[in-house]
Design a protein around this ligand. Structure first.
Ligand code: ATP
Ligand code: MG
Length: 399
């Protein structure tokens, strides 16, 4: 049975007044973007509700796509019929008979929004519920805790019938919380961190450090592919590719093997902060997760964090690895993330990285690296920017 339209529930329940309509409008912009692939659909707003009229476009494909729209809390397929009792009863029965999961108990909640319609809401509950009971065998009515609630809304232009509620991605629409730079490594964690940040309304630009020729073109393509996966939640993401080879080689030649990761990370964060200022972003997002590796102990994070003046957001910091993996599968980045292409950090990985670096020692040794500031400026200047859009061949247009 093919629905005629889809009812969308937008925004978070806690949002009120002006904020609410602002968020709803942003979410609607996202819905319109996604519906560009289904040109016959029409988005309408009636009685404060938002509907997507299908006009023959495929419901299942559209539903799959809507599940990924940040800002939609849930949606329901809606069946329309003329506002005439017999037609409503028959359609309601048909809807009940075509449910994916057959309930044991149900109730009808009718609403008469069209006063000239001869039956009131309460009466309609009985007329429709009774008709369904009469034409089915195992169903029972339970008005308190039904397995399924069948809603029947009688309007002048027609009656809408719906019951199924499909959960959406929820969250705040992308862009409603400002912009941040996502440090995107090519591993499992950072794309998930990017998704979670977007789900709280943050627009992201990705930053990737590569050590070409130690890291290959394929490693770069992998990060481009991961970024493209994330564009499913927003129209476009800019990817900043930072040449990191010179800094890494110089740091590696410096001798302090066990602090190498700390120096590398501090350089990465300094560069990312500069890129944030250049691109009017307010924060940095990473896929760091407490205690996984040497650079992600509390004391390492604290020493690395000292170089930043803007907030560093770490959405995954307390998550279980299994939860992160499950989420990366859900957002479809997992298969790309596990491709075995080398990362700039793993190439220069020291044998025994410090898990408890001393800020004093780190700052002192850095002060001896007279070349560092200049190299950081150079890396920022030589950063290549690619604009990545959904499902398009990657264009290497330099900014
Ligand atoms: P991931 O799975 O995201 O790679 P991880 O658990 O492997 O994370 P690290 O490799 O130590 O941990 O990286 C921690 C975080 O630092 C990453 O999540 C990412 O935000 C950032 N990062 C690491 N390497 C890079 C890189 N080459 N370019 C950009 N950001 C990076
Ligand atoms: Mg990694």
């Amino acid at each position: 049975m093919i629905p005629d339209q889809i009812l969308l529930r937008l925004g978070e329940l806690t949002l009120k007044g002006k904020n609410r309509s602002k968020f709803e409008n942003r979410a609607l912009t996202e819905v319109s973007r996604v519906m560009e692939a289904f040109p016959k659909t029409k988005i309408t707003k009636t009685f404060g509700r938002v509907y997507v009229e299908l006009h023959g476009e495929p419901y299942e494909d559209i539903a799959d796509r809507l599940k990924k729209v940040i800002g939609i809390s849930s949606f329901s397929p809606v069946y329309a019929v003329q506002s005439e009792l017999k037609a409503i009863q028959q359609k309601a029965l048909e809807v009940m008979q075509h449910l994916k999961h057959q309930p044991k108990t149900f109730k009808v909640t009718a609403k008469r929004a069209h006063k000239p319609f001869p039956h009131g809401s309460q009466e309609m509950n009985h007329l429709v519920g009774g008709y369904i009971l009469h034409h089915t065998e195992y169903l029972k009515v339970d008005v308190h805790e039904p397995d399924l609630e069948l809603k029947v809304e009688v309007r002048k232009e027609g009656t809408f019938i719906f019951s199924e509620i499909i959960q959406g991605a929820k969250g705040l629409p992308v862009g409603s919380s400002g912009k941040a730079m996502l440090m995107l490594s090519g591993g499992i964690d950072s794309p998930v961190a990017g998704y979670l940040a977007m789900r709280r309304g943050i627009r992201i630009e990705a930053v990737h450090f590569h050590s070409y020729p130690y890291t290959s073109e394929r490693a770069k393509q992998k990060v481009i592919d991961l970024t493209r996966k994330l564009t499913c939640y927003t129209r476009e993401i800019r990817l900043h590719l930072v040449p990191f080879t010179d800094i890494q080689t110089k740091l590696a030649q410096g001798g302090s093997d066990n602090l190498l990761i700390t120096f590398m990370r501090r350089a990465m964060f300094r560069i990312t902060e500069k890129l944030a200022h250049k691109n009017e972003a307010m924060a940095i997002i990473t896929g760091e997760n407490l205690g996984q590796v040497a650079s992600q102990t509390m004391s390492s994070i604290s020493v690395i964090n000292k170089v930043n003046t803007i907030p560093v957001l770490r959405p995954l910091i307390t998550m279980e690895k299994a939860e992160i993996i499950a989420m990366s599968k859900q957002i479809d980045t997992y298969e790309t993330s596990i491709l075995p292409y080398e990362d700039c950090c793993t190439i220069f990985l020291p044998k025994s990285p410090a898990t408890n670096p001393s800020l004093k020692v780190v700052e002192k040794q850095e002060s001896w690296m007279k070349w560092l500031d200049e190299e950081i400026e150079k890396a920022v200047e030589q950063t290549e920017v690619i604009s990545i859009k959904e499902e398009q061949p990657s264009e290497l247009d330099l900014f």
